[in-house]
Design a protein around this ligand. Structure first.
Ligand SMILES: Cc1cc2nc3c(=O)[nH]c(=O)nc-3n(C[C@H](O)[C@H](O)[C@H](O)COP(=O)(O)OP(=O)(O)OC[C@H]3O[C@@H](n4cnc5c(N)ncnc54)[C@H](O)[C@@H]3O)c2cc1C
Length: 335
C-alpha cells in the first residue's frame, strides 16, 4: 500500500482482513499525516496488531516489473516484492478542460464564490475540484471530503433555482473520520503543524477520559487533543483516537468549532449522560475544564522539550508554560 492516508489505511485493513501480507509505505513522518503524531502512533500500533508492516518517512521511488512479482523500490534502497500494489497517494483535480473554457482556477482547482459560481456566467462548481477557504486558518485549498461536496451541491442547486433564498456554502472545518482495526481516528479543524506554520499562537491540551462511566463494563479511553487560541480560547482544532465514543466527541467539537465557541464554552454544553453512554463530566466537558484551567493560568503544562530536558537532568525546574504543550503521554491536570 503506497500512501497511509485515510483510504490507504482502509484498503490495507481490508486486504489484511482477507489474509494478505500487507506493507504500508508512507512518505510522511507517520501514518494518517493530518493526525497529530502522538495519536497517529496509536493507529500505527493497531495496524501492526493487525499484522500490517508499517514503513514511514520513506518514499517509493520506482516500481520494477518482474516475471513472478513486481518490486517497489524505496528511497532508502529498501525493496519490497509485491503481487499487488495499491497507489493511494492522493488526488489532484484535472481542470485543464475547464481552464481552456475560461473558468478561473488556482493551483489546478476551480475558484468559486460563496454560492459556487465560477467567473463564467452560467457555470457553477462544487466538490473536490474546487478551492475552499479553511474556516479556521483562512488557507485556500481543495477539501476532498464527501460531506462538504454533498452539502455544497444542494446549496448550488438552490442558487440556480431560487437565488433569492440560497444560503452561502459554508467554509469547511475538514471534519473527517476513519476506522483502523479496532480503533477510530477523527479530527476537525486545524492540526498543530498548520497552526505553527500559520503562526497562530495556541495552547494544546491532551486528555484520556473514558468514553462512558468508568465503572460501567466496557469503559475505554478516548485519547483527545484540543487546540485553542492563546489569547481568548477560541477553538481551533480537535482530534481523537479510541475504540469507542470518538465519533460522538469529534462531532460535538466540530459543531463547537463551526459556531466559533471557545474552550470554556465546552464546559457549558448540556450533553446527555447515563453510565452506558457518557460521563457526568463528558470528555468534551473535561476538555473545556482542562482548557480553561490552562487559559486562566490555573495550571501550567510543560512543553515536551522541557519534560525531555528534565528527564535528562532530573532536579532542574520545568520550563515556562509553552504555547503548544505537546506531550506524548502527558500527565493530565484534573478538570
Ligand atoms: C475510496 C474513497 C473513499 C472515500 N471515503 C470517504 C469518506 O469515508 N468520507 C468522506 O468524507 N469522503 C470520502 N471520500 C472522498 C469523497 O468521495 C469525495 O470527497 C467526494 O466524492 C467528492 O465529490 P465530487 O462530486 O467532487 O467528486 P466525485 O464524487 O469524484 O465525482 C466526480 C465525477 O466527475 C466525473 N468527471 C471527472 N472529470 C470529468 C470530466 N472532464 N467530464 C465529465 N465528468 C468528469 C468523475 O468520473 C466522477 O464521477 C472517499 C474517496 C475515495 C476515492
Amino acid at each position: 500500500m503506497l500512501g497511509a492516508g485515510f483510504i490507504g489505511l482502509e484498503a490495507a485493513e481490508a486486504l489484511a482482513h482477507r489474509g494478505l501480507q500487507v506493507t504500508v509505505v508512507e512518505l510522511a513522518e507517520h501514518v494518517l499525516p493530518p493526525l497529530e503524531p502522538e495519536l497517529a502512533s496509536l493507529v500505527a500500533d493497531e495496524l501492526r496488531r493487525l499484522g500490517i508492516t508499517v514503513r514511514t518517512q520513506v518514499a517509493a521511488t520506482a516500481i520494477e516489473e518482474g516475471p513472478e512479482h513486481d518490486t517497489v523500490v524505496l528511497a532508502d534502497d529498501g525493496r519490497i516484492d509485491a503481487d499487488l500494489i495499491v497507489l493511494s497517494v492522493g488526488v489532484r483535480p484535472d481542470t485543464a478542460v475547464f481552464e481552456a473554457a475560461g473558468v478561473a482556477c488556482e493551483k489546478s482547482a476551480i475558484i468559486t464564490d460563496e454560492h459556487g459560481r465560477t467567473n463564467v456566467p452560467g457555470i457553477w462548481a462544487v466538490g473536490d475540484a474546487t478551492v475552499s477557504t479553511d474556516a479556521i486558518t483562512g488557507l485556500r485549498r481543495p477539501i476532498t471530503l464527501a460531506g462538504p461536496a454533498n452539502r455544497a451541491g444542494r446549496l448550488v442547486a438552490d442558487d440556480i433555482l431560487r437565488p433569492a433564498i440560497a444560503r452561502p456554502i459554508p467554509q469547511p472545518c475538514g471534519t473527517a473520520i476513519v476506522r483502523a482495526g479496532g480503533l477510530t481516528a477523527a479530527l476537525t479543524g486545524a492540526n498543530r503543524a498548520t497552526l505553527l506554520a500559520q503562526g497562530i499562537a495556541h495552547h494544546t491540551v491532551h486528555l484520556h477520559p473514558t468514553q462512558h462511566a468508568s465503572y460501567f463494563p466496557g469503559a475505554c479511553p478516548v485519547h483527545l487533543v484540543v487546540h485553542f487560541r492563546e489569547d481568548d480560547g477560541l477553538l481551533l482544532g480537535a482530534q481523537a483516537v479510541g475504540t469507542d465514543g470518538v465519533d460522538k466527541r469529534i462531532d460535538v467539537l466540530a459543531t463547537a468549532l463551526r459556531n466559533r465557541m471557545t474552550v470554556a464554552d465546552l464546559i457549558d454544553l448540556d450533553l446527555a449522560y447515563s453510565p452506558p453512554y457518557g460521563n457526568a463530566k463528558d470528555p468534551v466537558t473535561m476538555a473545556g475544564l482542562i482548557g480553561n484551567n490552562v487559559l486562566t493560568g490555573t495550571v501550567r503544562i510543560p512543553a515536551r522539550e522541557s519534560v525531555a530536558a528534565q528527564a535528562a537532568h532530573p532536579g532542574t525546574a520545568p520550563g515556562r508554560h509553552s504555547r503548544s504543550s505537546t506531550l506524548r503521554r502527558p500527565c493530565i491536570p484534573s478538570g
